[in-house]
Design a protein around this ligand. Structure first.
Ligand code: AMP
Length: 339
């Protein structure tokens, strides 16, 4: 679908939401929005392949907010929309976009995230929010303890489904979905489509409409790609050489494992660079502190695993160094898309 002259109202979005978007400088739908919004509003399940940066968050938030706004029975007390995302950072980004959309309405939203105070989340749930944005582990925990009821959910979003499965949340996702009603609408978004994602779709979705936008492996333009052939033992020295050629370097170094990520960061720090590692073994506080230092440019090199980097709100960077090759081609696109 060519969308150059499309407006959000053409997709069935009402003018209040369109104005709200215009305040954010968002005037024309992206491809994924142009396809997903009308499909969701028509009541179909969605199985969408789309990357971070494609506008996928609004592709599911817009129809969800519009549907909830249009419902007359706002007296219903249980949550209506459940959005599950792999990491705290990603869930927080979704929550932030959602808050902008529902500003000035009587719609309420709550975050259910790991690493945060249970009591605060329980208190927020008592205010009878229509929206829950959650990470899988904490949500499952709270369902088990009967602290949250998702049995009347009408819309269920799985954001970055492949990442949730990569992070080992397969069983948690299945448990969560088993606690939702059969007749809800399900919208699944994933950058890649490994077999487990298809299993989830087959098991829990009803005749979903498949949406794939853009070319699956295209990376951003205006980026120059370079490679150096070095032996494994020379790799760290080669990294040092590349960095010393770019003295004001500000970027990410991607490694495959947590251990290597930490090792490379430790070595760089020892060699006098302002570097820090970010990976799944760090506590949430540690991760937040690292990201804050990086955003403030107190750190010039962020050493990351693909999983840790996914969903991070990384500022615009100049260099991406692939210390290890990515496991799947799509991860290369994700890594490079940060520049
Ligand atoms: P996402 O792919 O959902 O992570 O979105 C990436 C970024 O694109 C977010 O910062 C959005 O605010 C922004 N965005 C989403 N939709 C549009 C749009 N239609 N036009 C311009 N920017 C957008």
């Amino acid at each position: 679908m060519e969308n150059t002259t499309l407006h959000f109202t053409d997709l069935g979005i009402d003018t209040r939401l369109e104005t709200q978007l215009a305040h954010q400088g968002i005037t024309q739908p992206t491809d994924i929005q142009a396809h997903a919004v009308p499909t969701a509003l028509a009541g179909h399940d969605i199985f969408a392949q789309s990357k971070t940066g494609s506008g996928k968050t609004l592709a599911f938030l817009l129809p969800a907010v519009q549907r909830v706004m249009k419902q007359k029975a706002l007296s219903k007390r249980d949550p209506r929309v459940l959005i599950v995302a792999p990491t705290r950072e990603l869930a927080t980004q979704v929550f932030t976009q959602l808050r902008l959309l529902i500003a000035g309405t009587n719609i309420k939203a709550v975050k259910i995230l790991g690493g945060e105070n249970f009591n605060d989340q329980i208190k927020a749930l008592r205010k009878e929010p229509q929206f829950i944005v959650a990470t899988p582990g904490r949500l499952k925990d709270m369902i088990k303890r009967k602290m949250v009821n998702i049995r009347s959910i009408e819309y269920c979003v799985l954001d970055e489904a492949d990442e949730m499965l990569n992070m080992g949340f397969y069983e948690d996702i299945k448990d969560i979905l088993k606690n939702t009603p059969n007749d809800k609408d399900s919208w699944l978004f994933s950058a890649t489509m490994p077999p487990e994602v298809n299993v989830i779709a087959k098991k829990f979705m009803h005749d979903p409409k498949e949406i794939t936008v853009g070319t699956k492996n295209s990376s951003a333009k205006n980026i120059s790609h370079q490679y150096y052939i070095v032996g494994a033992r020379e790799r760290y020295n080669a990294l040092g050489a590349v960095i010393s050629l770019n003295t004001d370097i500000f970027g990410c170094v991607f490694c495959r494992t947590k251990i290597e990520t930490q090792k490379v960061a430790d070595k760089l720090i020892k060699d006098g660079y302002k570097a820090a590692a970010i990976h799944g073994d760090l506590s949430q506080n540690q991760r937040d502190a690292v990201m804050q230092s990086f955003r403030k440019k107190k750190i010039q090199l962020l050493i990351a695993t693909d999983v840790a980097a996914r969903g991070l709100d990384i500022p615009l960077i100049q260099h991406v160094i692939n210390y290890d090759l990515p496991q799947v081609p799509e991860d290369y696109v994700h890594r490079i898309g940060r520049t």
